[in-house]
Design a protein around this ligand. Sequence first.
Ligand code: GDP
Length: 439
Amino acid sequence: MPIVAIVGRPNVGKSTLFNRLVGRKLALVDDRPGVTRDRREGEVRLGHLRFRILDTAGLEEAEADSLAGRMRAQTEAAIAEADAVLFVIDARAGLLPADQPFAELVRRANKPVILLANKAEGGAGMAGAYEAFALGLGDPVPVSAEHGEGLGDLIDALEEVLPEPDDEDDEEGGEGKPLKVAIVGRPNAGKSTLINRMLGEERLLVGPEAGITRDSISLDWEWRGRRIKLHDTAGMRRRARVDDKLEKLAVSDGLRAVRFAEVVVVLLDATIPFEKQDLTIVDLVESEGRALVIGLNKWDLVADQPGLLKDLKEKAARLLPQVRGAAVVPLSGLAGEGIDRLMQAVVSTAEVWNRRVSTAKINQWLSEATQANPPPAVSGRRIKIRYATQVKSRPPHFALFGNQLDALPKSYTRYLVNSLREAFDLPGVPIRLSLRTSK
Ligand code: GDP
């Protein structure tokens, strides 16, 4: 597994980043007394990437007089071991003299570096991010470790520098590769019932015992000849019981499931739909860049089915603008009804998530969209968007190039995202938009 080191001066947010990447569960494990405080290590699953991460932040609590030397040594060691380095600066503070020695170590190591401008939540601290160009370590990637923003861009950047993952888990979404699906929802929404029903009904199971393979996190299944890896929700629960400390970390189970999946089915109990916890999961789906399908379970208990369906579809449109158009599928895990419709929605949403739009079409869209609704002027100068392209899929990620794009109001970028979604028929997936301003 590749190794990534987090490097930077004290206080730029290295620990927060470490915790964000590793997830609370492992961070807790590594924090046991007796585990060295000088360095923390953890395993990261980010998107479809997997790597080990090294953090030198524990050193900041060391004795001041020995600090500089030890920190330097630790940093050098971590860099030497790593396949890639995350060099972290504080985007709000800008570039400080204290950043320089660390930058120097990183530069000298001659390893792939990703420059992270941290604390840039909501676009804050862009000035600092631009200052950071001067380091000569490449384009800064703005992130907020604390708020979990920018992780998609971090994934993109890591993808470029980390060695190709070789196992079949890390596919590019080809037809023959299994589609990873997680069924996530509040306790008692009916996840286990549904999964059992899916596995029990399907005649084309693969693997040994009763035809089902079980590894630590997933169940191999087949639906209409299409290979599916289902996140083993029940397995998580069984393991969680073993260790009551982990029980408290149910939220991170949800996060794990979301990270595992390409398509997340948020399973609602149709009799008590869209509770706060459901919306939290949808937020995770959006921040982790997954595709979303909404399952309305226990439909057998609903008296006015057409009325409720209409109502819930409206609610979904209103409550979940970030994944507008997500399929809303009524079903009953208990009665085994609606599973085919659910899976059809899952497969077609996966297709949207993987879709690539040609640059020619995107630029045609751009000229139409900006003619219909031109970008505003900022301090007398009109913002110009010159060019657009899709830089990534899974989820669709577009980049716009032009001048003063950092001054585009949120309302305008929202307009562009909605317009992209409509023009290229991209329902149920988050859409990423990067703005690249030329000087
Ligand atoms: P989980 O916590 O999400 O895994 O939920 P379970 O699968 O354990 O189900 C919780 C309860 O809801 C159980 O009593 C199930 O029998 C019931 N249940 C699950 N699906 C349905 C459904 O489609 N219709 C009805 N009426 N009850 C269901």
